[in-house]
Design a protein around this ligand. Structure first.
Ligand code: GLV
Ligand code: MN
Ligand code: MN
Length: 412
């Protein structure tokens, strides 16, 4: 069996999907359930049907494209990723795992391989938290990590409920039907760009992920007192932005002093009200993202943030309320999937780096319901979530070949 990846076709499909975007090229913006996202979904569905795959969509819009194996009742082997893109992103994050997964299936079909277990391409809904404030919406629900009741409470920034938005986008059925039965998948494997610089700087073509870091995020609301920037003297101020500034630095410090390089914390959103040069900020909203490979250490950082909030609040007479959006546990990749990926690398004399995934991925949640592994390819300077994100066609094709062999080994 000789597996050959059609590198030019895969590269041109990545360009084509990248052109379905709300941002000017080379930037890509594709927010879940926007008309652009729906156009991209339709484009992809047509490609999957061209490959002879049976396509279905669940009520949250996760898309499944199945190459039916010779034992259709046996648990399937899954692969895939996401096609939603944060504002002003690049064209490779998620897309490499989706179109690479599709090309891996087509390459196996061309090789004459016949799987015993079905091989299923998954396109997860809203891996990015942009619209509903929580990442991996589709895989959280598939894995039963996010309940339908909790999902129904989610709203976008225009206060539209997830339930209304998904129905308006044409997603039918009850959210109760999204969680997959146990044993649905025999294994799951995701191909992704590294989103970090290690593979490129060490000139190693592939990364085999051993564990995925655990993200937690907080929505923080800070309320002080507004007023005239000239009229209110300094001793009388309760400036919410000054409190926010102290808290942001305390969050940075909590991560820096955790004792491990694996701890990271970011405040990526800071909304200031009323936002006028001559008005004391009365209200600030922050979003904080804290991650670690070690759950205990990550949670200690969360406690430190809580203690800092209390002391800043008391010192400045300002209300600071935190809402925990998510606090997920890290995942270890399954040895059978790691071994299958490693065996394919060895067969092709490809060196690989055992890695930690510091970004989260749908695999974090798939690992709750199936033995899961991830394969990384290099990306230029480690850039991601920006328009100049880049992975070379050769690296993408190499990852796709290893993915195809891994899927073949797992589905025999
Ligand atoms: C995923 O996009 C992440 O933020 O890790
Ligand atoms: Mn991303
Ligand atoms: Mn991604």
């Amino acid at each position: 069996m000789k597996i050959e990846v059609d590198q030019p076709r895969l590269a041109s499909e990545i360009e084509a999907l990248g052109s379905i975007s709300d941002a000017e090229a080379p930037a890509v913006t594709r927010i879940v359930f926007s008309p652009t996202d729906l156009k991209a979904r339709a484009w992809l569905k047509a490609r999957c049907e061209d490959a002879g795959l049976a396509v279905r969509q669940d009520p949250i819009g996760n898309t499944f494209a199945r190459w039916i194996g010779s034992d259709p009742a046996a648990p399937a082997v899954g692969t895939g990723s996401h096609i939603d893109a944060i504002p002003n992103a690049g064209k490779y994050d998620g897309v490499v795992g989706v179109l690479g997964g599709l090309e891996a299936i087509r390459a196996l079909q061309r090789s004459g391989f016949s799987p015993t277990h079905s091989i299923e391409l998954l396109v997860f809904t809203a891996e990015e938290p942009t619209r509903f404030g929580i990442g991996c919406l589709g895989s959280r629900m598939l894995s039963g990590t996010l309940s339908p009741e909790a999902a129904r409470k989610l709203k976008d920034c225009a206060e539209a409920s997830l339930d209304d938005v998904r129905k308006r986008a044409g997603m039918r059925g009850d959210l109760e039907a999204v969680a997959l039965p146990t044993n649905y998948y025999k294994a799951f494997v995701e191909l992704h760009i590294e989103q970090g610089p290690l593979l490129e700087s060490q000139r190693i073509p592939l990364g085999v992920v051993a564990s995925i870091a655990a993200p937690a995020s907080l929505r923080i609301s800070i309320e002080g007192a507004g007023g005239h920037a000239g009229g209110v003297l300094m001793p009388d101020r309760r400036d919410s932005l000054c409190a926010a500034a102290e808290l942001i630095l305390a969050i940075e410090d909590a991560a820096r002093t955790s004792g491990a390089v694996d701890t990271v914390a970011t405040v990526g959103i800071c909304e200031v009200f009323p936002g006028a040069v001559n008005s004391i900020p009365s209200r600030v909203r922050l979003s904080a993202d804290v991650r670690d490979t070690d759950l205990k250490r990550r949670d200690e950082v969360m406690r430190q943030i809580e203690r800092a909030s209390q002391s800043i609040s008391a010192k400045r007479q300002i209300s600071i309320q935190s809402e925990l959006v998510n606090a997920d546990a890290p995942a270890d990749c399954a040895s059978e999937v790691v071994d299958a990926i490693s065996a394919s690398c060895q067969k092709h004399n490809l060196t690989f780096l055992p890695m930690v995934s510091r970004a989260y991925h749908d695999s974090l949640f798939m690992s709750r319901i199936a033995p899961t592994g991830m394969l990384f390819i290099p990306c230029h300077s480690g850039y991601s979530h920006r328009p100049d994100e880049y992975a070379s066609p050769e690296d993408i094709a190499r990852g796709t070949l290893v993915l195809a062999e891994t899927l073949a080994a797992l589905s025999r």
